[in-house]
Design a protein around this ligand. Sequence first.
Ligand code: ADP
Ligand code: MG
Length: 513
Amino acid sequence: MNEPIKQAPVGIDLGTTFSVIAYLNENGRPESVPNSEGDLLTHSVILFDDQDVIVGKEAAKAMASELELVAECPKRQIGQRVFDKQIAGRRYPPEALQGWILRKLKLDAVRTVGEFDQAVITVPAYFDEVRRKATQDSGFIAGIKVQDIINEPTSAAIAYGYLSGWLDQKGLAVEKTRFLVYDLGGGTFDVTIMEADGRDFKTIATDGDYQLGGRDWDQRLIDHVADAFCDANGFDPRENSEALGKLIRDCKDAKETLSTRSRASITCAFGNSTQRVEITREQFLRMTQDLLDRTDFTVRQTMKQANLKWTDIDRVLLVGGSTRMPAVVDMLHGLSGKAPDNSLSPDEAVAHGAAIRSAMLLDHYSDTIPIQSIRNVNSHSLGVVANEIETGLPQVVQLIPRNTPIPVNSRRIFRTHKADQESILVQIVEGESKNPADCSQIGRCTIWDLPEDLPIGTPIEVKFGYMENGRLTIKVKVGGEDRRAFRYELKRPNGLTQEQLESWRQYISSAET
Ligand code: ADP
Ligand code: MG
């Protein structure tokens, strides 16, 4: 067997719009690694260009001209069986698309970091078990051993704590600190309230508005400029894909300009007409106020769920590129009564925390950084489907309600319904509804090889649990007999089989030169 390589600690923020890979440098400081184009952020976009698969900036550029060849933001669809857009006649599972992104991050990083095969990958706190598993599978496809899957806000909190001195050199919280992480990215928004105490990082509550992000702010500018163009010229630049592509890029740039300057201008050219539109920060604020208000509402809701007052919160942390908008900082300052902490780069903090987490889990680093326990809650309730006695209709029986601190186990007794039964089938779901169809289907678990001659009604105890990382575990006991390991198989309706994973892994790595 090969000696395991003494690799540097590596963490990956596999983001919806941008992904970042970071490592812990020789001085124990997290550092983002530039990709082969020299950028710290890699667009989470994939272009299928004949035989070549291109990830990143060039793929994002191609969205303006060859949209049909581009898979954009696969993270939005992770957990589904296939990505809903067909590309050159082919449908890809989201895991494979995410695998390509991870693969690029890895290959580019090796040049700076040296060889590595292990990394920590982050996921949103609201990801259900299916999406966590699919993210882990993406890592496998990319040839990465996933040391841990941690929540993005937890990761950001670790980075803030470690770098701003409220965790000591050993990674322990100097004093109990409660914080609120406000993460506004390109396409999603979430809020998490956490507590750090010694080695414990505990999530208290998490919520979000998963269809809200920087692109909604872009859209307001796009419509503003296009409407002005229409008024002046009588036709709409949004109807032409090339003109629209350019408008999208220019409006995003203008939005980012307005974070540092008080005015910006956008020029829209289409047909033989050109329209220049000036916009001030105040105007922009007015046209997007309702979007900001939505985040304000979610923050208040989360505080309510956590049963906390603002005086109970020690710090407000800003994560996600869109928190660079001054209006976000002002709103949070007004709401919380304290200046939000933006001492770290908001688009890198998540990856940096993951690199620190990676160090905690690497044996050859354990002297430098001790392991911290990260206590999360499950963001969705776990249940099994059972037929209701009176109606015979399938119904969800809840086993572990949402927001329960994990790890956690719950057991349920099933009974054989005929003599000599050889197997039983358990359907496992996540969600808040009684109706199985409204829940996320984790899968069907078949328990095989039950002992022979079991009388009808024999109790079969199935223990379901969540591990620290939110992944599911299953244990089975039959007739009170617990030391036997019963074989079971969990079939995931949307997951890839081990053979499919292997074959995607082969496929993606064979394309490299
Ligand atoms: P995600 O977590 O969704 O992958 P990021 O946290 O990297 O993404 O955030 C990307 C978003 O941040 C984009 O919508 C981008 O326009 C926005 N953004 C980046 N810099 C700025 C800025 N200076 N002002 C306003 N928005 C910005
Ligand atoms: Mg993000």
